[in-house]
Write a protein that binds this ligand. Structure first.
Ligand SMILES: [Ca+2]
Ligand SMILES: [Ca+2]
Ligand SMILES: [Ca+2]
Ligand SMILES: [Ca+2]
Length: 420
């Protein structure tokens, strides 16, 4: 996320400021209007026909979680899409204190970068909130920004104590980024400097003077910063950078050296081979770790083609599905007439059609591995076919000898075909 407006970085997405719009997207709903119509306490099965498992289009079927709030495939696909943009092993961080290239333009920034993303407090932002010391906190497992705050140690005596309190709440192992946006020292107390030193292992914060620049990247409690810089020349831009090794499971072995980054019992290699996220301990969120979960993938029903037969013909097909976990599958069919038989274990559909069965049948098939399901629909058309014409009785004919016998044969055709 790089927040830029009119060529300037702006302070943290002010949604109420039309001059500084922020573009983005989020998911408004996990599911679509559950239990809206019909009986609110149960799943509605009415309305118009659509290719839903029960044949009816009700809101309960829509969304990225199902009616039992189990994540659908779309949920995992989205999660993977977001996760794929992240580094599994390391994150590149940069903190800078920007005085506008040495000119007192009153256009100062404190800015944090993670990879290509950048978040900034500007000096003019939010009622002077950009002054003082800006602090970013990232988790050490995924490299997410957890908090970004600014402590106006230039303008407020209370800000120093707030900074002390804030740092004391940050857990050891979290990644701290701190930098100055304009003057940080006017009301920066000694206890605040000590708190910074204790949290980051900083050796320089005690030396910072008015309009000096200082920036640091540190793991809290590690004893020494990962990167730190100070320059007490007034109005000088200063940047520090660090590459931070992530340790997602927090076992002290960083991901690049850990064969099982999330410690879920399944190696990174195996997870990647089957399309799982090696940083997600429970991919399907069912409370069972990936390494011991025997059912993580929904079955996938093979494509169902419409069937066209003439009355009297036999339908004998087997519907099949794949399941990456090789779970036992059960098939359920809706829309078949009583004369058809359907084997729920094998998916075999057997139907000796008769003239009584002519018509069109919308069939829905659900396949389930007892935890997940897939479904599909197809149509069976039983046509009348070409039934034989029926010759009317000719009856006995009599004629005189040497005379011409002439009569016309009559026949009917139940399909009204042209007869000859
Ligand atoms: Ca680890
Ligand atoms: Ca794993
Ligand atoms: Ca699981
Ligand atoms: Ca399965």
């Amino acid at each position: 996320m790089t927040i830029i407006s009119g060529g300037k970085y702006i302070p943290i997405c002010p949604a109420d400021d039309p001059q500084n719009p922020c573009l983005g997207a989020t998911f408004f709903e996990w599911s679509d209007e559950w239990w809206k119509a019909g009986t609110p306490s149960s799943h509605s099965t009415n309305g118009f026909y659509f290719s839903m498992p029960d044949g009816y289009s009700n809101e309960e079927w829509y969304g990225i979680v199902d009616i039992y709030r189990e994540p659908r495939q779309a949920y995992h696909t989205l999660a993977a899409a977001y996760r794929s943009s992240m580094s599994r092993d390391t994150i590149k961080l940069k903190a800078d204190s920007n005085y506008g290239e040495g000119t007192a333009t009153w256009d100062q920034w404190a800015r944090f970068h993670k990879g290509d993303d950048s978040i900034c407090y500007a000096r003019d932002g939010a009622g002077g909130g950009g002054k003082g010391i800006s602090v970013g906190v990232l988790d050490g497992g995924f490299g997410h920004f957890e908090e970004i705050k600014v402590f106006n140690t230039e303008g407020s005596s209370a800000a120093s104590q707030l900074l002390v309190d804030f740092l004391s709440e940050v857990d050891d192992g979290k990644i701290l980024m701190m930098t100055v946006c304009i003057d940080a020292t006017a009301r920066l107390s000694d206890p605040a400097r000590l708190a910074i030193e204790s949290a980051t292992g900083s050796t320089e914060i005690r030396n910072l003077v008015k309009y000096g620049s200082w920036a640091i990247i540190a793991k809290k409690g590690a004893g020494a910063p990962l990167a730190e810089g100070i320059d007490n020349t007034q109005w000088i831009d200063l940047t520090v950078e660090a590459v931070v090794d992530l340790d997602t499971d927090g076992d002290g072995i960083v991901n690049k050296d850990d064969a099982d980054d999330d410690n879920d019992g399944m190696s990174d290699t195996d997870e990647l081979a089957v399309g799982l996220d090696p940083l997600d301990v429970d991919t399907d969120d069912d409370g069972i770790l990936d390494g011991v979960d025997s059912n993580m993938f929904p079955p996938v029903l093979q494509l169902l083609a419409d069937i066209e037969v003439n009355a009297g013909e036999l339908i004998n097909i087997t519907i099949s599905a794949d399941d990456a976990d090789v779970n036992t599958l059960t098939y359920i069919a809706f829309g078949l007439p009583d004369s058809a038989t359907f084997n729920t274990a094998t998916g075999q559909l057997y139907w000796q059609t008769t003239a009584d069965n002519t018509g069109s049948y919308g069939i829905t098939i659900i396949v389930t591995d007892s935890e997940y399901y897939d479904y599909g629909t197809f149509i069976i058309n039983v046509n009348q076919g070409n039934r034989p014409p029926v010759l009317n009785p000719i009856g006995n004919k009599s004629v005189d000898e040497n005379s011409l016998l002439s009569f016309t044969l009559q026949a009917t055709d139940p399909d009204l075909d042209t007869l000859s």
